[in-house]
Write a protein that binds this ligand. Structure first.
Ligand code: G16
Length: 542
């Protein structure tokens, strides 16, 4: 065991979901080691502890895993469960932590951000409940990273990550585990696999799942094709690649282009889906029909009773604040609680652990439940397949029926990427100062009734979080939300969210950008987006 002298880096504060930086930043001498040692210091004593370790297969995954194994050995970790070939999806890590009673897990991923030598890498720590480390823990890791002076690493050769099995290394038992088996077993216990198998029999129900050359490939082939009998070839881009095939593993209409083309009207396809780099996000599509993640969450809530895992009914649901309020309408109809949390899956952990909610989700293509403590892309896809199998309707028919019953919450998010950080901060500080005066003012014929910076008190442990996004509410119930992303790796990413409600049956079929047009213009007038960012239009619209 070596004790290596090091110096702190000033930039190791985890964001919305772990520490995300360019690969080149992680490749600096001691950078990865400092952060990993800060995790070990925070959870110390490490002796006898069990940790799960795996990543989404992106560039630098294998190298980082070897370093972390050696550091775990030197720090006296009792047992390490490592995904075969270093591969574990984020929900699979959560599943393994819970199933084997581990003390936590380390996930190597920068989620939907691109991979490759010049792209992104990331590392996050999950706690013993399988959930992303809560803010208190990430803060302690960040503080530790600013004070670190040494790290410990074992002087040993690389471990064979490809061979399943268990071997003692020093005082640590290193076990290379099947990346898919435990997760697949969990999925089979939650859904009506018989009904989904019946759906896939014959040739009339055609599905395409785009794994985007990212981690879900192996999981989707095993579950959809091998266990549920979907045609071979249902899963496209199914082999994980370190650079995601040169693509951007973000399941949205822009980046999952191949899937969108296959799902066009007239294609005869019944259902399409995609997942992201680390397998926790999902996008679902009908034939030529996009399903907004906020609507997907609401539909799942409204139909949860059709899914065996929820057979006894839901008692509560939750959504992140910027997510549309479609879910709230379902919760009201069901007479169950609906919680509004800040952006970040970590805020759902306590609500799930406390049994207050069973289902939750976010506008950022994240949906999940109490089976693990992460959002879960393939789980959402199976949920939809289960609902489709029972209802025997197309996704579009289900959505239209849902809107007729609950009304439609038009929703869109506009992202301005790689904005100059100083200018973005200036825009927000100006806007926040203006908030009290905005109330009562009108923009584009809409009057502002409330404007604040969202804060949240966790009802379980009373922890308090502030500055979670500016909310502007209008007299017709419409809303604009603005916040800076906590997952970008270049400059600042400004996210502007719009939603408005419509229950006129004749007006449920509008293009969301048109339905939200007045709000979009109002946001620019209120915050001076164009003026501060110098951008005439957003980079990405979802
Ligand atoms: C992470 C978080 C999500 C969050 C998303 C976007 O997802 O787990 O809760 O909604 O980032 O966050 P931001 O708007 O701050 O960029 P993922 O899939 O990137 O791990």
């Amino acid at each position: 065991m070596k004790i290596v002298a090091t110096q702190p880096f000033g930039d190791q504060k985890p964001g919305t979901s772990g520490l995300r930086k360019k690969v080149k930043v992680f490749q600096q001498p001691n950078y990865l080691e400092n952060f990993v040692q800060s995790i070990f210091n925070t959870i110390s004593p490490c002796e006898g502890k069990t940790l799960v370790l795996g990543g989404d297969g992106r560039f630098y995954n294998r190298e980082a895993i070897q370093v972390i194994i050696k550091m775990a050995v030197a720090n006296g970790i009792g047992k390490l469960l490592v995904g075969q070939s270093g591969i574990l999806s984020t929900p699979a890590v959560s599943c393994l932590i819970r199933k084997y009673g581990a003390d936590g897990g380390i996930v190597l991923s920068a989620s939907h951000n691109p991979g490759g030598p010049d792209e992104d890498f990331g590392i996050k720590f999950n706690a013993s409940n399988g959930a992303p480390a809560p803010e208190g823990l990430t803060e302690a890791i960040a503080v530790g990273s600013r004070e670190i002076t040494t790290y410990k690493i074992a002087d040993l050769g690389d471990i064979d990550l490809d061979q399943l099995g268990s071997l003692p290394v020093g005082d640590t038992q290193v076990e290379i585990v099947d990346s898919v088996a435990d997760y697949a077993e969990l999925m089979a216990s939650l859904f009506d696999f018989e009904a989904i198998r019946a759906l896939f029999k014959g040739d009339s129900f055609k599905v395409c799942f785009d794994a985007m050359h990212a981690v879900t490939g192996g999981y989707a082939v095993e579950i959809l094709e091998r266990q549920l009998g979907a045609n071979v070839g249902t899963v496209i881009n199914g082999v994980p690649q370190p650079d995601f095939g040169g693509g951007h593993p973000d399941p949205n209409l822009i980046h999952a282009r191949e899937l969108v083309e296959r799902m066009q009207k007239g294609s005869g396809m019944s259902f399409g889906a995609a997942s992201d780099g680390d397998g926790d996000r999902n996008m679902v599509l009908g034939e030529g029909f996009y399903i907004n993640p906020c609507d997907s969450l609401a539909v799942i809530a409204a139909n949860a009773h059709l899914v065996p895992a929820f057979a006894t009914g839901l008692t509560g649901v939750a959504r992140s604040m910027p997510t549309s309020r479609a879910l709230d309408r379902v919760a009201t109809a069901l007479g169950i609680d609906c919680y509004e949390t800040p952006t970040g899956w970590k805020y759902f952990g306590n609500l799930l652990d406390d049994g207050r909610i069973q289902l939750c989700g976010e506008e950022s293509f994240g949906t999940g439940a109490n089976h693990v403590r992460e959002k879960d892309g393939l789980w959402a896809v199976l949920c939809w397949l289960n609902i489709l199998a029972v209802k025997q309707m197309t996704p579009e028919q289900i959505l239209r029926q849902h809107w007729q019953k609950f009304g439609r919450d038009y929703f869109s998010r506009h992202d301005y990427e790689a904005v100059d950080t100083e200018l973005a901060n200036k825009m927000f500080s100006t806007l926040k100062l203006d908030l009290p005066q905005l109330i009562g003012c009108s923009f584009q014929g809409l009057q502002i009734t409330a404007a604040d910076d969202f804060s949240y008190t966790d009802p379980v442990d009373n922890s308090h979080t502030e500055k979670q996004g500016v909310r502007i509410l209008f007299d017709n119930g419409a809303r604009i939300v603005m916040r800076l992303s906590g997952t970008g790796t270049q400059g600042a990413t400004l996210r502007v969210y719009f939603d408005c409600y419509e229950d006129d049956p004749e007006r449920l079929d509008q293009n969301p950008q048109e339905a939200l047009h007045a709000l979009i213009l109002a946001a620019d007038e209120i915050a001076g987006i164009g003026k501060f960012t110098g951008r005439a239009a957003p980079d990405v619209i979802t």
